[in-house]
Design a protein around this ligand. Structure first.
Ligand code: NAP
Length: 389
């Protein structure tokens, strides 16, 4: 799987790995319970209950997360009446069953009911979460999988398992908190906020029409604009990963630098689909690390930029995150590209990004759209720039 899966599908592949790891932990717990017929001491039974419950819910939760990211399931949050009551009731039954099993130390089929309910709870937990929040959920499920493994270590008295499971549990938890901070969201909001559920595509299209005109630009015209630019900032996003345009981006950077243009790459902490996604792609294309500038350092530099070239980034540049309180992106720190002298956006259409909301940036007077696959557009642009020499 690791060899065949493209970089853009790594989050869903990671979710599948978590689901299998968690299933393994859950099955080991079930087999231990079956082997000793419940006749285990209370400490071991507590660890075993934790292992099977967290393992089971992580298994189904991760499967739903992978299916959402792979678009096998609807990406938007799936909500329904009485959802919180149902989830809370299932969780209460699970917790009460676990306590009962520990107190009675009995061999009872009730144990298997608890495991079944934990599987259902995993589904209930992830279905109401929007696809844009899935990377955070995956990090959280990673943490749950680690905790289930660690609990398995206590059941089997395996110290290495306790240590590795705890490391996995803590690092996954910290990663999810860091992602939440980068999106200016609380973990509670990610888990229970049903992000993006209010966005209706027709409404988004109508809103887009009301915003005004979009200016197109061709690769030839873009090449002419670059002739006079002295200061360029490239903003990569998920579309660069899809188009595999990182080598073309790096080549453009080198050509501009040879012409004494100051070129920087603006890195948003949640650009792409996993933390560090853009850094990894640009490193693969041999872009020097010192040319990558993090959001808080590059934002003050946008007003001095002659051209900002947005390569397949969308949500991380959306000014609505700062100005529109009703936008689901409101509060997320963004790359303030609208402050540049001119902005050129490389994307294929006016379709929204991961969050499913229209981007006000595209209607700005200083913004021009170079429609097409990012790699094709960059190849044409580089060809035009070379022919202008
Ligand atoms: P984005 O908002 O998902 O937008 C990507 C854009 O790329 C799309 O608008 C798409 O437009 C364009 N695109 C796709 N394929 C393309 C191609 N072949 N050529 C050119 N353009 C292409 O991406 P982003 O700005 O990087 O934002 C990341 C999103 O993921 C945010 O919403 C963030 O909150 C979320 N997220 C990320 C992480 C993380 O760790 N990175 C974690 C949690 C959440 P067209 O379809 O019109 O081409």
């Amino acid at each position: 799987m690791g060899l065949r899966i493209p970089m853009t599908a790594v989050p869903q592949r990671t979710a599948l790995s978590h689901s299998l790891g968690a299933l393994a932990a859950c099955l080991v717990g079930v087999s231990e319970y079956f082997r000793y017929q419940g006749a285990l001491n209370r400490v071991t039974l507590t660890a075993l209950d934790f292992e099977v419950v967290v393992g089971a819910l992580t298994f189904t939760g991760s499967l739903v997360a992978a299916a959402k990211l792979q678009e096998l399931l609807r990406g938007r949050p799936i909500t329904y009446r009485g959802q919180n009551i149902l989830s809370a009731s299932v969780l209460t039954v699970i917790v009460c069953s676990a306590i009962y099993l520990v107190v009675t130390q009995a061999a009872t089929p009730f144990f298997y009911v608890m495991v079944g309910l934990a599987l259902v709870f995993g589904l209930l937990l992830v279905i109401p979460i929007g696809a844009a929040d899935m990377p955070v959920v995956i990090a959280l499920l990673n943490s749950y999988g680690g905790l289930a493994d660690s609990a398995m270590g206590f059941v089997l008295m395996n110290k290495i398992q306790i240590i590795t499971g705890s490391l996995d549990g803590t690092s996954g938890f910290l990663l999810s908190l860091l992602m939440c901070r980068a999106m200016n969201r609380s973990a509670m909001n990610v888990l229970f906020g049903a992000f993006g559920s209010g966005v209706v595509e027709d409404e988004a299209a109508a809103a887009a029409e009301a915003k005004g005109t979009v200016r197109n630009i061709s690769a030839e015209e873009t090449a002419v604009l670059f002739e006079t630019a002295r200061n360029v900032i490239v903003v990569p996003g998920y579309g660069m990963a899809v188009a595999q345009a990182q080598h073309a981006v790096a080549e453009l950077g080198n050509i501009l630098r040879e012409r004494d243009v100051d070129v920087k790459f603006a890195i948003h902490p949640v650009a792409g689909r996993m933390p560090g996604h853009m850094n990894v792609l640009l490193a693969e294309a041999n872009v020097a690390y010192e040319h990558l500038v993090e959001m808080e350092h590059i934002n003050p530099e946008f007003p001095q930029a002659d051209i900002v070239l947005v390569v397949g980034a969308n949500d991380v540049t959306n000014p609505a995150a700062k100005t529109n309180k009703s936008s689901p992106l409101y509060g997320m720190p963004i790359l303030e590209v609208s402050r540049a002298k001119s902005i050129i956006v490389l994307k294929r259409s006016m379709r929204p990004g991961f969050a499913g909301v229209d981007n006000d940036l595209y209607y700005n007077e200083n913004c021009m759209m170079l429609f097409g696959d990012a790699k094709d557009s960059l190849t044409k642009l580089i060809g035009e720039m070379k022919s202008l020499l």
